[in-house]
Each structure stands twice: as C-alpha cells, then as structure tokens.
Write a protein that binds this ligand. Structure first.
Ligand SMILES: CC(C)(COP(=O)(O)OP(=O)(O)OC[C@H]1O[C@@H](n2cnc3c(N)ncnc32)[C@H](O)[C@@H]1OP(=O)(O)O)[C@@H](O)C(=O)NCCC(=O)NCCS
Length: 190
C-alpha cells in the first residue's frame, strides 16, 4: 500500500501544533494541572520513572506482561520516536517542587496499513480517574489527524474495563472486534 500523500502535504506546513516544541498545560479534575510535551530519545528516564509507579495491573493491561522493569529493547522502542510515524506525548504533574510522571499517550504507524496508527495510553495509578487518559487520547487523535492518518486502532485486553470505558466516552465512531482475550478498537479519524 502506498504512503498517504497527505503526510507530505501536512509536513510541508510545519510548524504545526504537535511539533517538537509542543507544550500544553491541561487542567484535571480536582484542580491538578499536567504539562504535556513530546517524548523522545532523551526521555528514557521519564519512561522508566513512570513505569516504576505503575501498579502490576496497569503494567499488565498496557504491556500484557508483568515485568518489574522494561527490557532494553522495549525502552529503545518506546523512546525511538520521530514525531510522525511514532509519536509520544508525556504528561508531568508538578507537586511541590517535584515533577511526577503521570502518563504517556503514543501512536505508531502500522507497517501494513500506512493510513492507520496504533495507539496506547497509560496513566500512572496515582493520577487515574481525573481525566488525563481522556485528554491524552484526544490529543493523539488531533496529532494523528494533523499528520493525515485516517484511522486509529488499539489492542486492548478484553477485560480492560478502564480503557474500554474511556473509548466508549470519546464521542467518535468506533468499532470493537473481540477476538478472545484481546479486543481491537478501530476509530475513524478523518
Ligand atoms: C485506561 C486508562 C488510560 C484510563 O486513564 P484515566 O486517566 O484513568 O481515564 P480518565 O480519567 O480520562 O477516564 C475517562 C473515562 O474512562 C472510563 N474509566 C476510566 N477508568 C475506569 C475504570 N477503572 N473502570 C471503568 N471505567 C473507567 C470512565 O468512563 C471515565 O470517565 P469518568 O471518570 O467520568 O467515569 C488507565 O486506567 C490506565 O493507564 N490503565 C493501565 C494501562 C492501560 O490499560 N492502558 C490501555 C492500553 S491500550
């Protein structure tokens, strides 16, 4: 399948909203504020710190494994972003003088469907249920549309009530295909 022409058209229009300097402060339920920024190779430490604060259940729901630490290859992949085919947004919450890693939203272009990105959102347990996951997925929609992608998909464990509940509330056409323990969600972007 050919690369969608739209990507080139969009990229010719830099600067765009979700460029390398993207920075946004969002307000969460309960009054906390999170800073959203792009994540890249230099942010391996942020990814490791965030992972360390995920519960076992959240790790399993996101990575479908229960490792105590990310492997080297996983960390390389998670930080190997180019802002177009692989984009990651990190959310940090300032508490006192310290910045706490609160969540990551990312998408990766599918090799066999170049008009589609596969997305995943992770929110550290201490910051769940205050709207951050919903905000991250909305920003991923906007960034994917900005790059000309047509569809977004997500592979979700079928018993992941939180992610399925989040997607049920996004207000976009969504198709769920359940195949045993995994459900694939397909969301039209354009
Ligand atoms: C799924 C996840 C990203 C949701 O993040 P979040 O910041 O807690 O989500 P939000 O606060 O934006 O919640 C939005 C809606 O999702 C639904 N939801 C979120 N958590 C839920 C839960 N535990 N049970 C049921 N519904 C839930 C609710 O409808 C919620 O709206 P409400 O709080 O007004 O009722 C988070 O639970 C998480 O990181 N889980 C572990 C990793 C994971 O499963 N990632 C998905 C891999 S594809």
């Amino acid at each position: 399948m050919a690369e969608p022409q739209l990507h080139e058209t969009q990229l010719a229009r830099w600067p765009i909203r979700f460029g390398p300097d993207y920075r946004e402060t969002v307000s969460l339920r309960g009054g906390q504020r999170a800073q959203l920024t792009m994540l890249g190779r230099e942010h391996a430490g942020r990814i490791v710190r965030g992972y360390a604060h995920l519960s076992r259940e959240s790790r399993y729901m996101r990575f479908m494994s229960l490792r105590d630490e990310l492997t080297g290859p996983q960390l390389l992949h998670l930080t190997d972003t180019d802002g177009v085919r692989h984009l990651a947004l990190g959310a940090g919450v300032q508490i006192g003088g310290a910045c706490h890693e609160a969540g990551v939203g990312r998408f990766v272009q599918l090799a066999d469907r170049p008009d589609t990105v596969e997305a995943a959102v992770t929110v550290v347990d201490a910051f769940q249920r205050i709207g951050l996951g919903g905000l991250l997925i909305q920003r991923l929609f906007d960034a994917a549309r900005e790059r000309g992608y047509r569809d977004m998909s997500a592979e979700i464990l079928s018993d992941n009530r939180a992610m399925l509940g989040l997607l049920a509330k996004i207000g976009r056409p969504i198709r769920l295909e359940r195949d045993g323990t995994v459900t694939v969600a397909r969301i039209r972007l354009q």
